[in-house]
Ligand binder design. Structure first.
Ligand code: 5AD
Ligand code: SF4
Length: 414
């Protein structure tokens, strides 16, 4: 979501005649797009911002802006703390970047109720795959999460506007779109999310449709059916589990139990036996016991995700979990995270090994640093491969998988 926000800010700026430069020393305007989902992201931002102060001291005409969730969360305070910051623009207001630049300075952090209606041009790096926003914000208030406080309530974009953007992308040569939303499958525009997928599936020239991130509570039989029936909708879902302990899930306010989650996995795998399922896990939520942690490890063993993102629980301002008793020491969180990652690495490697000697459809994105072609399977696995003939980015090719690693597959064209 943040990467796509950056693409849209670049789109707006390029319309005003700005061009990107590689070296901050050459820039007239530096915008930092920030994330506040975990404290570590915030620390990285603060150290980057500190470095920019020296640039500003040398060049008073340089403008510095902070975008994203840290901007939203800190507002005016950010400029009090770092007076060399000229603009503070929250994620609901990125469409106003152009307007902000007409002023010497400013803080733009109001709720934007119209966000789903704004059409902001994106400046995309890839020419094959494109992100497309379909909904904004979150209503779920998982007890650990800051997103509902920074990105505001859920708002869905009208289907006609989404279809129009995708059709334009196809005309520009794009082959794949990834629909974006904090809870993408809670999309609640003028059609339902499964209906939207069916509409996109009918678009000529579009090869693949993906979507992130799905919430288990909104994954029903209709969505599974549409995924299975729509040839353009890829067999991959990112479905955060967060914990394998029902007690912790309840404290997290996730609104499902492990067995309900497993039922959904069963439904997906029954309909699409080769579907790849990935997930997010949080290690060391407040009060998490060794038994809860073991329940998470057992769930990972039983489900066998294709991959996970796992994080140490991080205390976030405003959130319910940050005030809970039973915050765990860093060492415990680190140990548990290491165990989770080690177990999942084995599972991911085992799952990828099973793909050896299979033939996969790969959408070619270009060449990697080693001169091999690179692209992804429908199940979102990276494939690096060799080919005797030249292949253009955007081509769909059949690749025989010859090697499997944890983060990628290797192969050759047939
Ligand atoms: N601490 C650790 N991980 C978090 N996430 C969200 N908030 C926190 C937090 N406070 C994780 C969740 C979510 C992913 C995007 O980030 O796993 O799915
Ligand atoms: Fe955060 Fe939960 Fe909303 Fe995801 S669903 S953005 S984890 S509050």
């Amino acid at each position: 979501m943040n990467m796509h926000d950056s693409e849209r800010v670049l789109g707006l700026l390029s319309k005003r005649g700005y061009i990107p430069v590689d070296d901050p020393k050459e820039a007239d305007l530096i915008l930092l797009n920030t994330c506040s989902i975990r404290e570590k992201a915030e620390q990285k931002f603060l150290s980057t911002l500190g470095r920019l102060k020296h640039l500003k001291n040398k060049r008073s005409d340089l403008k510095i802006g902070v975008l994203g969730c840290i901007a939203q969360q800190s507002g005016d305070k950010l400029r009090e703390r770092a007076p060399y910051v000229d603009y503070v623009i929250g994620p609901q207001n990125i469409g106003r970047v152009g307007e902000a630049l007409d002023f010497e300075e400013g803080v733009f952090t109001e709720d934007n109720l119209e966000i789903a209606l704004s059409e902001i041009p994106a400046y995309r790096e890839s020419s094959v795959t494109a992100w497309v926003n379909i909904m904004y914000g979150c209503n779920n208030f998982c007890s650990y999460c800051i997103v509902p406080y920074t990105r505001g309530r859920e708002r869905s974009r009208p289907a006609s506007s989404i279809v129009r953007e995708v059709e334009e992308l196809i005309q520009q040569g794009y082959k794949e779109v990834t629909l974006l939303g904090q809870n993408v499958n809670s999309y609640n525009g003028d059609v339902t999310f499964p209906e939207l997928l069916r509409m996109l599936n009918r678009i000529k020239g579009l090869e693949r449709v993906r979507f992130v991130t799905s919430h288990p509570k909104d994954l029903g039989p209709e969505l599974v059916r549409v995924m299975a029936e729509s040839e353009k909708v890829c067999e991959h879902i990112h479905l955060p589990l967060q914990s394998g302990s029902d007690r912790v899930l309840k404290l997290m306010n996730r609104k499902y139990t492990l067995s309900e989650y497993m039922e959904k996995i069963g439904m997906l795998r029954d309909a699409m036996p080769d579907i790849a399922i990935t997930s997010d896990i949080i290690a060391g939520f407040p009060t998490e016991t060794e038994k809860d942690h073991q329940a998470t490890l057992n769930a990972l063993k039983e489900i066998e995700f294709d991959g996970i993102f796992a994080f140490k629980y991080s205390k976030r301002p405003y959130t319910r979990a940050s005030t809970m008793d039973g915050q765990l020491p860093e060492e415990v969180k680190s140990e548990r995270l290491t165990e989770i990652l080690r177990l999942q690495d084995e599972i991911t490697e085992k799952k990828n090994q099973k793909l050896k000697a299979t033939v996969q459809e790969v959408l070619v994105e270009g060449k990697n640093d080693n001169g091999q072609y690179t692209g992804r399977t429908r199940t979102n696995k990276i494939v690096n491969f060799v080919s005797e003939g030249e292949i253009n980015p955007g081509s769909l090719v059949k690749v025989l998988i010859t090697e499997a690693h944890r983060h990628s597959l290797e192969g050759k064209t047939l």
